[in-house]
Ligand binder design. Structure first.
Ligand code: 13P
Ligand code: SF4
Length: 311
């Protein structure tokens, strides 16, 4: 039982005792972001996981992120507060189907979004994040044929931006799919001077209205620097916590779903992690990411390519 346990105090104590680092994504609850040693986007979190000299990584994010940390730091214990914290993009891309798709297109390389399983990473040539996808694509020869998966919106966005043709896997993020164009346009008429910052996992009908498109870290940077007093944020709304901390005098509005507010855009997988589960994970060093070594080494190749090619 957790009765009588001061969870915040215990997390601090256990962190020292275990020589643990807490890494958190911007989509985590405010209290988790606040207790983390580092909060970042997927690429930054991967880099932190690779660099840290902690013995334990408590990964407050979703499973593919914790798996990436384990792939990069196999000697460390990586715990994920809730092992059911998955991702709809990962679910949309079963490894056997992805392999069959690759086999049908032997002259294509696979450029794959980090939001996928370790098995799919092992079947890929180069991993990308939202912050590095365009830059990595620009380094691939123009005549090279490419499969891009699993996010068709990110793939479609960078294909259009760079004028490249890519074969897109039909996966989507359920969170970014939930934004409503009709409601966004209504909101924009109420705030005609507010820029819209959007994540590239949004469908094109949302990105078409965006003044800025980028990763969570890029959106945060833009929100801190834009001139004006109100901004509309088209990504998971927990990131607004960092914006309100950095520039409290500004007004951050989450882009709406079909019901006119942004609560339907909370990532249900990210939301599974809680302070109580983080405490238990540090206490018990469970649930732990374990991975077959052959799979790890194979997945590592495509992640290492990303690390080399991302600026
Ligand atoms: P980034 O933080 O890399 O932009 O990715 C967002 C995301 O989908 C996390 O699941
Ligand atoms: Fe996956 Fe979307 Fe949740 Fe990110 S926000 S973890 S892409 S479901």
């Amino acid at each position: 039982s957790l009765a009588g346990v001061d969870v915040v105090e215990e997390i601090h104590r256990l962190k020292k005792e275990r020589n643990a680092i807490i890494l958190a994504h911007y989509y985590q609850k405010p209290e988790i972001q606040d207790i983390a040693d580092f909060v970042g986007d997927s690429l930054e979190l991967s880099r932190k996981a690779a660099e840290t000299d902690a013995d334990v990584i408590a990964f407050c994010g979703v499973k593919f992120m914790a798996e990436t940390a384990k792939i990069l730091s196999p000697e460390k214990i990586v715990v994920l507060p809730d092992m059911d914290a998955g991702c709809s993009l990962e679910d949309s891309c079963p490894p056997d189907k992805f392999k069959a798709f690759r086999d049908e297109h032997p002259d294509h390389i696979a450029l794959t979004y980090i939001n996928c399983s370790a098995e799919v990473k092992a079947l890929s040539d180069i991993i990308v994040t939202s912050s590095s996808a365009e830059h990595i694509l620009s380094q691939i020869p123009k005549d090279q044929k490419i499969i891009f998966g699993p996010d068709k919106h990110l793939g479609g966005y960078i294909a259009k931006k760079t004028g490249r043709d890519m074969l897109l896997w039909p996966g989507v993020c359920i969170v970014h799919e939930a934004f409503s164009e009709t409601e966004l346009l209504k909101l924009q008429t109420q705030h005609p001077d507010a820029p819209v910052a959007a994540h590239p996992e949004c469908p094109a009908y949302i990105l078409d209205h965006a003044d800025m498109v980028g990763s969570t870290s890029a959106i945060l940077k833009y929100a801190k620097e834009f001139e004006g007093d109100t901004i509309i944020i088209a990504t998971e709304p927990h990131i607004i916590h960092q914006m309100e901390k950095a520039v409290p005098e500004k007004n951050f509005i989450g882009a709406p779903g079909a019901d006119g507010n942004c609560n339907c855009n909370i990532c249900p997988y990210m939301a599974l992690n809680t302070m109580e589960k983080l405490y238990v994970a540090l206490r018990d060093l469970e649930p732990r990411i374990e991975m077959d070594e052959e799979l790890r080494l194979q997945a590592r190749k495509s992640i290492d390519k990303m690390m080399e090619m991302a600026s």
